[in-house]
Design a binder for this molecule. Structure first.
Ligand SMILES: Nc1ncnc2c1ncn2[C@@H]1O[C@H](COP(=O)(O)OP(=O)(O)OP(=O)(O)O)[C@@H](O)[C@H]1O
Ligand SMILES: [Mg+2]
Length: 244
């Protein structure tokens, strides 16, 4: 069955340094291990940049010739339709997980980005955690792994709702997005512990919204990113993919 096509319009073109940081993220994901194919992104609290990074990571992997499925698992507060001005009517994840749509192919959409496919969140559902924890979601991911080289899953913040940990049981690894100067060490620890409890290993973290003009931030362990120069508002760095 042919996938439905959707067109995404990215009104935020990013900048050179952001793009370079995304390439680094993509490379680090690729080198994190050949079995790390189903990867979720989460964070401690809202607005740290998970959805932006999920999308851009999928696009970068696609550009590198990898067939990627981006799943919007934020059934509570999906942003993709509006943010990327998606006009087509589609069926989404919530409809599949609630049994309203039976075939996976009916929820997978081909995008206008090379090698990038998407499952949109679908309409709001009152019980996302239960839906996402259902074995049906595990089966969907298993099937997706047969067809796609990477599956990137955008989730809600784990410091607020437990969905990402529930999804984590079906994933090969997780990336934690951390907004600079916004998330406490304690909250990051909590997110890490919760993911590990669900059996999901941590591939690494993205430090997002870095203003490289800030004083001395790139000293110490983040020093290696300084070679990218000024990130401006859209800076992102990927920290040590191997380290737990
Ligand atoms: N590196 C960045 N620099 C500046 N602004 C950014 C950056 N990344 C994302 N943003 C902006 O921050 C806001 C939140 O981004 P996004 O929706 O990706 O976060 P999120 O973590 O998915 O949020 P939520 O928890 O609500 O799902 C958006 O307005 C986005 O454009
Ligand atoms: Mg989001």
């Amino acid at each position: 069955m042919a996938y439905k096509s959707i067109t995404l319009t990215d009104s935020n073109p990013g900048d050179y340094f952001y793009d370079e940081a995304m390439k680094t993220l993509r490379t680090n994901v690729q080198f994190s291990g050949k079995n790390n194919k189903v990867i979720l992104l989460t964070s401690g609290h809202g607005n740290e940049g998970k959805s932006d990074i999920s999308f851009n990571l999928a696009v970068e992997l696609g550009k590198a010739g990898k067939k990627v499925l981006l799943i919007d698992a934020d059934i509570r507060k999906s942003v993709y339709k509006e943010r990327y001005n998606i006009q087509e009517e589609t069926k989404g994840l919530s409809q599949y997980l609630s049994g309203q749509v039976e075939q996976i192919d009916e929820v997978v959409c081909k995008t206008n980005y090379e090698n990038v496919y998407m499952i949109l969140a679908g309409p709001y559902a009152p019980n996302p955690t239960e839906m996402l924890g259902d074995e049906l979601f595990g089966q969907l991911l298993k099937a997706a792994k047969q067809v796609f080289q990477y599956v990137i899953i955008d989730t809600p913040p784990l410091g607020i709702v437990v969905d990402a940990a529930v999804i984590g049981q079906y994933c090969d690894g997780a990336i934690i997005v951390v907004e600079k100067d916004s998330t406490s060490y304690r909250l990051c620890q909590k997110v890490k512990t919760q993911l590990e409890k669900s059996g999901c290993k941590i591939l690494g973290a993205v430090l997002n919204k870095v203003n490289h003009g800030g004083k001395g931030y790139y000293g110490g362990k983040y020093g290696r990113y300084s070679k990218y120069g000024k990130y401006g508002e859209y800076g992102s760095g990927y920290i040590n993919p191997e380290k737990k």
